[in-house]
Design a binder for this molecule. Structure first.
Ligand code: NAP
Length: 495
C-alpha cells in the first residue's frame, strides 16, 4: 500500500477509467489539457486527475448530442431496448469493479456501493422493457367529424446534472429513460465523483450505444460551463438531481429556453412511529431509512417523530444498533460506516448536532467528531442518536445528510401528521403502524411524493420516484419515468 492506501487491485480499477471527456464517442482531453483531482474521502489523497472541461468543451458535447439526435430518434425501439439490456448485463458483470471505484471516489462502504450498482443497473433493465411500449391514442371526436390521434416523440437533446451521493443510480435513472425514448444527452456528473459515470459511459459504448447519443463532461467551473448549454436553443430538456438552492437557480435559467424540466431536489423525510407500531420492525426500518448510504441520501429519514409512549424504547433500541456499527475506510472488510463526502459535509453534520445539544437534546450514542488520526481523514462522523430534541433546533428544518437520528415526540395522531408536514420539503415520508384505517389516513395526509408504510426504503425502478413542494417535480422510474423524455403530439384528422 502507498500513502494513499490504494492497493494494486484498487489501482487497476482506477486505471480502467478514461479520465477524459466523452464526446461524440471519442475520449478526449479538456481544452488546454486542464484537469481536476478526484479525492478519496477516506484518506484525502488524490486518486486520479480527470479532464476539466471548458465552456468550449461543453459546447462540443452539446454539438455532438444535437448531431446524433435525428438518427437516434428514428432508431428502432427494440434496438434501443437491446442496448439498455446489454448495458444492464455489462454493469452486472462489472459490479465488483464498479463498486470498488464508487467506494474509492465517494467513501461509502463496499456493501452500499454494491447495493447501488444493483439498484442503479435495474433502471436500464426496466427501461429496456419500456422502450418498446411507447404508444399513442386514437379516438373519434365528439362531433364525429374528425379523428384524434396522439403520438409520442422524443423531447430532444437533454442536459443531465447529477450529484455525488449516488454516482451511478442518479445517472441511470435519467440515462435509461432518455435512451429508451430516443433522446440524446450531455451528462455532467458531480466533480467529486466523476469516475463511475466515465466508466458507465465506456460500458454503454461497449453495449452498442451510437456515438454522440451520450456525452459526458466533467468540470470544476460548473456554472460557467452549464450556463451556455442551458441557454442554447438546441437543448430541449434539463434534468437535475441535487440541492434545492441549485435547483431553484437552474429552474430560473431554464425559463429562457422554456425547457422541459425535471427536478429531484432535497428532502427532510419524517419517520413517524405510532404507539401501535411493531417497534422491532420500526427499528429495522429506521436502520435502512437512516443508515442507507451513511445517511447521505435525499430519502434519508431526517426527523424521527415518535409517539411519546414508545419514544424511549425506540431510541434505546435504535442507539444499540447504530452505536454498534463498524466505522472505517469503505473498502475495508466489514465496514458499515465510511467517511462522509468531505470535511465540509462532516462539519455541517457536527454543527447540527452541536446546535441540537445546545438547545436541550440528549446524546444517546455518538455525537463527537473523531480526530483525523482515528480513521484516516477529517470526513468521518459516528452514528448518532439524539432524544429530547427541540423543534427550535436547526436539525428540524435542515437536511442532515449524515448518520444522525434526532427523535422528536408527539401525542395525537393528527399532531404526528402535522409535524411530518411541517417542512418546505416533500420527497418521502415513512410511517409505522399496524392499524389499517390509520395507514390510509396517514398516507393520504402526508404532503410527499412518496410514502413508505412499515418499510424504510421506497426506491424501486418500477415505481415513480419524485417529490412535491421544494423537493421538486417530475418522476424517475415506473411507467411515468419515460414520459419525462417524450412529447405528446396531437393530430386532428378530418374525414
Ligand atoms: P448540489 O451541490 O446541488 O450539486 C448537484 C449537481 O449540481 C452537481 O453535479 C454540481 O456540480 C451541480 N451544480 C452545482 N452548481 C451548479 C450550477 N450553478 N449550475 C449547474 N450545475 C450546478 O448537490 P449535492 O451536494 O451534490 O447533492 C446533495 C443534494 O442532492 C441533497 O440536497 C440531496 O437531497 C439531493 N438529492 C436529491 C435526490 C432526489 O432524487 N430528490 C437524489 C439525490 C440527491 P459540482 O459537483 O461541480 O458542484
Amino acid at each position: 500500500m502507498s500513502d494513499s492506501q490504494v492497493s494494486t487491485a484498487e489501482q487497476r480499477v482506477i486505471d480502467a477509467v478514461h479520465p477524459q471527456l466523452f464526446i461524440g464517442g471519442q475520449w478526449r482531453d479538456a481544452e488546454a489539457g486542464k484537469t481536476l483531482p478526484v479525492i478519496d474521502p477516506s484518506t484525502g489523497a488524490t486518486l486520479v486527475e480527470t479532464a476539466d472541461a471548458s465552456v468550449a468543451d461543453g459546447a462540443a458535447a452539446l454539438d455532438a448530442a444535437v448531431s446524433a439526435q435525428a438518427d437516434w430518434a428514428a432508431s428502432a425501439p427494440r434496438d434501443r431496448g437491446e442496448i439498455l439490456r446489454s448495458a444492464f448485463e455489462l454493469i452486472t458483470e462489472h459490479a465488483d469493479e464498479l463498486a470498488t471505484l464508487m467506494t474509492l471516489e465517494m467513501g461509502k462502504p463496499l456493501s452500499e456501493s454494491k447495493a447501488e450498482i444493483a439498484y442503479g443497473s435495474e433502471f436500464f433493465r426496466w427501461f429496456s422493457e419500456e422502450a418498446v411500449r411507447i404508444s399513442g391514442r386514437y379516438s373519434v371526436a365528439p362531433n364525429g367529424l374528425t379523428r384524434l390521434l396522439t403520438l409520442k416523440q422524443p423531447v430532444g437533446p437533454c442536459l443531465m446534472i447529477t450529484p455525488w451521493n449516488f454516482p451511478l443510480a442518479m445517472g441511470t435513472r435519467k440515462i435509461g429513460p432518455a435512451i429508451a425514448a430516443g433522446c440524446t444527452m450531455v451528462v455532467k456528473p458531480a466533480q467529486q465523483t466523476p469516475l463511475t459515470m466515465l466508466r458507465l459511459a465506456a460500458l454503454l459504448a461497449e453495449a452498442g450505444l451510437p456515438d454522440g447519443v451520450l456525452n459526458v463532461v466533467t468540470t470544476s467551473t460548473t456554472g460557467d460551463v452549464m450556463g451556455p448549454l442551458i441557454e442554447d436553443p438546441r437543448l430541449r430538456k434539463l434534468t437535475f438531481t441535487g440541492s434545492t438552492p441549485v435547483g431553484r437557480s437552474l429552474i430560473e435559467q431554464s425559463a429562457k429556453g422554456v425547457l422541459r424540466v425535471s427536478m429531484e431536489l432535497g428532502g427532510n423525510a419524517p419517520f413517524v412511529v405510532f404507539d401501535d407500531a411493531d417497534l422491532d420492525r420500526a427499528v429495522d426500518g429506521a436502520m435502512l431509512a437512516k443508515m442507507r448510504n451513511v445517511g447521505e441520501a435525499c430519502t434519508a429519514a431526517n426527523r424521527f417523530i415518535v409517539h411519546e409512549s414508545v419514544a424511549e424504547e425506540f431510541g434505546r433500541k435504535l442507539a444499540e444498533r447504530m452505536g454498534a456499527m463498524k466505522i472505517g475506510r469503505g473498502t475495508a472488510e466489514g465496514v458499515e460506516v465510511g467517511p462522509l463526502i468531505d470535511q465540509t459535509q462532516r462539519d455541517k453534520v457536527a454543527d447540527l448536532v452541536d446546535d441540537a445539544v445546545a438547545k436541550g437534546a440528549t446524546v444517546v450514542t455518538g455525537g463527537e467528531k473523531p480526530s483525523a488520526e482515528d480513521f484516516g481523514s477529517d470526513a468521518f462522523y459516528p452514528p448518532t442518536v439524539l432524544t429530547t430534541v427541540s423543534r427550535d433546533a436547526k436539525i428540524w428544518t435542515d437536511e442532515i445528510f449524515g448518520p444522525v437520528a434526532p427523535i422528536f415526540t408527539f401525542s395525537e395522531e393528527q399532531e404526528g401528521i402535522d409535524m411530518a408536514n411541517d417542512t418546505e420539503y416533500g420527497l418521502v415520508a415513512y410511517a409505522f403502524t399496524q392499524d389499517h384505517a390509520r395507514v390510509v389516513r396517514v398516507y393520504e395526509g402526508l404532503e410527499t411524493g412518496m410514502v413508505g408504510i412499515n418499510q424504510g426504503v421506497v426506491s424501486n425502478p418500477a415505481a415513480p420516484f419524485g417529490g412535491v413542494k421544494a423537493s421538486g417535480y417530475g418522476r424517475e422510474g415506473g411507467a411515468e419515468g419515460i414520459e419525462e423524455y417524450l412529447e405528446t403530439k396531437y393530430v386532428g384528422l378530418a374525414l
